[in-house]
Design a protein around this ligand. Structure first.
Ligand SMILES: [Zn+2]
Length: 501
């Protein structure tokens, strides 16, 4: 049977410690698409919306595209910006008629000014508008801080199962499959959410390693059992600093909330049992550069995990640039340093001219000071590139106008717009082949692994300053519930297990 779906996307991962107030221009810069332009942009891409669209078109369902707005992770979303986004979504809802279900791609860690649980608020407003009988199906990012309000106001929430996030397309297609099953009456989802008092940083919570690999495998094993619709394990995003931030487990079972409760509680208890395994092994910047220089092979990837733009850090941190210069490293590349001022100057100088000035460290005072460099402008670009790795495959993106400046054997990619440079195509698009470099600095916590692990001779995670550092004691949390592991001593075990249901 054919159905009509209203589809949309609203996505922002909010780092409450970032001084960058997230406004409409940030959404417009990254991607603000409405109506047919949304369908055109995402059809055929390896993204969550792309997966849903693909599955829907196969079954000749009709899609009513509404709004897709996403911004690079940064600070709290301005109240008026969030109001505009909500209003646009509701306008589409009001204008459309005769649709059978709503499908939304949400992040789950968006914080707006005065609205800590932005997605919960959004879903509650949509639910009030469309009534209890309209199926609302959403996907959430693996870094969602899942709240009771989200669960109460959606029929089905599917989390991404991977970090690096390489299964968006599959979750989108799965969401379509399950939406059809709900509409046909074949399944009636019953949800249960458990949040153990655990909030690690993002680095120790990747899903191809350690504790989250174990927990994700268990979740997926439960998902294979009869009657179980979905089991999602979420790493959460502690840097949102909301009450509910951290790990969570959401089980969805056909007509059986008790079974969902048992599964979610088992996962929550297992996470608590292995909590000490959430560890990161980081090297200070100069030690990391020395280790890279001693390593016989190449390229050595130095992951600047604390200056991960994708986690809300500025991305223009200079700790590794300074360390490379101090250690005299050659044949290195830095991917990237967002610095609009340096880009404007490089464009004025032109290819072959000499840049002499500061780069980086300009967005805030938490990622190292600006570093003086002098050297030739090697290349100028409009910054457009196409993702070729496992993440966002096929999607065209732009990092803003971009310049490559070389100093002391270090090629520095400076660009206008903050973004997470997860794909080697970023470097290749400006004439730098990572395979040929001794050292490649990548501003990313975990996502870079999807594309760089297969080509890296060695990966070293670096303990620089920054707003996505896994060293949580460096942050002053204000809203996160306490006590919580690893910030507090862990003798509060009994208290949460008594009332986790
Ligand atoms: Zn994420």
């Amino acid at each position: 049977m054919r159905h009509r779906f209203l589809i949309g996307q609203l996505s922002h991962e909010t780092n409450a410690f970032s001084p960058i107030r997230t406004c409409l221009q940030h959404f417009q810069q990254r991607g603000f698409l409405e109506g047919p332009a949304l369908l055109e942009h995402f059809t055929g891409t390896h993204t969550t919306l792309g997966g849903f669209i693909h599955a829907a078109l196969l079954q000749e369902d009709e899609l009513i595209p509404s709004l897709s707005a996403s911004a690079v992770p940064s600070g709290l979303v301005a109240r008026d910006t969030f109001a505009i986004l909500m209003q646009r979504l509701e306008d589409y809802l009001d204008a459309a008629s005769g649709f059978d279900a709503i499908f939304l791609v949400l992040h789950g860690a968006m914080v707006a000014e005065k609205i800590p649980d932005a997605e919960g608020y959004l879903l509650e407003r949509l639910r009030r508008r469309v009534g209890a009988d309209m199926p609302i199906i959403c996907t959430l990012d693996y870094h969602a801080n899942v709240t009771d309000r989200m669960v109460e106001n959606a029929d089905l929430l599917l989390g991404l199962n991977t970090y690096p996030h390489v299964d968006g397309w599959e979750r989108g297609a799965e969401a379509h499959h399950l939406a059809k099953a709900i509409l046909s009456g074949a399944i009636t989802p019953a949800n249960f959410l458990v949040r153990p008092p655990l909030a690690p940083g993002v680095v120790p919570a990747r899903t191809s390693w350690g504790p989250m690999e174990q927990l994700m495998n268990q979740a997926l094993a439960y998902e294979m059992e009869p009657g179980v619709i979905n089991v999602s394990a979420f790493g959460g995003f502690v840097y949102s600093d909301i009450f509910e931030a951290g790990l969570s487990f959401l089980a969805t079972v056909d007509r059986n909330r008790e079974r969902a409760r048992t599964i979610a509680q088992k996962l929550g208890r297992e996470a608590w049992r292995i909590r000490h395994e959430f560890q990161a092994d980081l090297k200070p910047p100069r030690d990391a550069v020395q280790a890279a220089l001693k390593h016989p092979g190449h390229p050595v990837i130095l992951a600047d995990v604390a200056d991960n733009t994708g986690g809300g850090a500025s991305g223009d941190g200079t700790a590794l640039l300074a360390a490379l210069l101090e250690e005299g490293a050659r044949n290195a590349a830095i991917v990237t340093i967002p610095d609009p001022k340096a880009v404007v100057e490089a464009f004025a100088i032109g290819v072959g001219g000499t840049y002499a000035g500061y780069v980086g460290g300009k967005i805030d005072d938490q990622h190292g000071p600006p570093v003086w460099i002098k050297g030739p402008v090697r290349l100028l670009s409009d910054g457009r590139f196409v993702y070729r790795g496992p993440m966002s495959t096929g999607l065209t993106a732009s990092m803003g106008r971009t310049a490559v400046i070389e100093t002391n054997g270090i090629a520095i990619i400076v660009n206008e717009d903050r973004f997470q440079p997860v794909d080697p195509e970023v470097a290749r698009s400006v004439g730098i082949e990572p395979l040929e470099k001794k050292i490649v600095v990548v501003k990313s916590a975990v996502h870079y692994r999807a594309s760089y692990e297969p080509i890296a001779s060695k990966i070293i995670e670096v303990d620089g300053p920054g707003l996505s550092s896994p060293n949580l004691e460096r942050f002053s949390f204000r809203n996160l519930r306490r006590p919580i592991f690893p910030l507090d001593c862990d003798d509060f075990e009994g208290r949460w297990q008594d009332d986790d249901g």
